[in-house]
Write a protein that binds this ligand. Structure first.
Ligand code: SAH
Length: 250
């Protein structure tokens, strides 16, 4: 039996332009490719490669299955949007390695990084993450909302810019507006807020606003929200979209 291997591969935020050569090479080496169906749809495979799509909700099972297939001797890739280590499959795989059979620990495992949504979003509008910042998932599926509130308060208190993943969904309609309301009590109304939707894809949309104006209606599941620090600035430019940046000196 050939030696199996699991590669957890970041696809970047959008189309193939954002896929690194290393990620493409890992995909090319794989026999079986696991992942959330829309991510697998983004990649082209050869006829002898096999895609095994799964639903968004079954990450633990997907990670276990991919590890088990690799233990059986398959060369397996698990794909993630953006970077696999940012609110994605790399941690789910590590959880199964920790919890699962001993064979999972001896297996060859590689994590191939990708361009995370926050980096692509920041690049699309300037450099809002140019100084200290923090990253928060606004999903309360895996943690209580009260913990998210404490983290928002702490981030505002110490002057971090913030990148919000998973800002809103049909099942979580109120969380983003609640976060804005909380931050309005702690940060100036003029604090820049960027809504970066589907960055790197054909339907990319960028909206620069302020904390005073920001509305959860402007976000959907494919949006990354950046809230600036009190130092973050917006530079208006004639005939060009504004630049948002956070100076490197506090
Ligand atoms: N591992 C991914 C994040 C997965 S969580 C990464 O590193 O980017 C899913 C969330 O990522 C979405 O709700 C959205 O907030 C953000 N996201 C993913 N792709 C995006 C894109 N192309 N543009 C803007 N936000 C994106």
């Amino acid at each position: 039996m050939s030696a199996g291997k699991l590669s957890v591969v970041g696809l970047g935020p959008g189309d193939a332009r954002f896929l690194t050569p290393e990620a493409q090479a890992a995909l090319d080496r794989a026999e079986w490719l696991y992942g959330y169906a829309p991510y697998l749809d983004r990649i082209e495979v050869r006829s002898e490669q096999r895609k095994i799509p799964s639903d968004n909700r079954v990450e633990a099972e997907r990670a276990y299955e991919a590890l088990a297939a690799a233990v059986e001797g398959r060369r397996v890739a698990m794909v993630s949007g953006g970077d696999p280590g940012v609110f994605a499959m790399a941690a789910a795989v590590c959880e199964q390695v920790e919890r699962g059979p001993e064979a999972f620990r001896t297996l060859e495992l590689e994590i191939v990084p990708g361009i995370s949504a926050m980096l692509a979003a920041a690049a699309a509008c300037g450099a809002p993450l140019g100084h200290d910042f923090c990253v928060i998932s606004l999903s309360d599926n895996l943690k209580p909302w009260t913990l998210i509130e404490r983290r928002l308060d702490a981030a505002a208190e110490v002057g971090f810019a913030m990148a919000f993943y998973n800002p809103i969904s049909k099942a979580r309609p109120w969380q983003l507006d609640s976060a804005f309301a909380r931050l309005r009590e702690r940060l100036p109304a003029a604090t820049p807020v960027v809504f970066a939707r589907a960055i790197g894809r054909a339907d990319q949309r960028l909206r620069v606003s302020s904390l005073g104006e920001a509305s959860g209606e402007w976000a959907d599941m494919a949006t990354l929200v950046i809230v600036g620090s009190p130092a973050t600035r917006v530079i208006e430019r004639p005939g060009r979209p504004p630049l948002v940046y956070t100076p490197r000196r506090a």
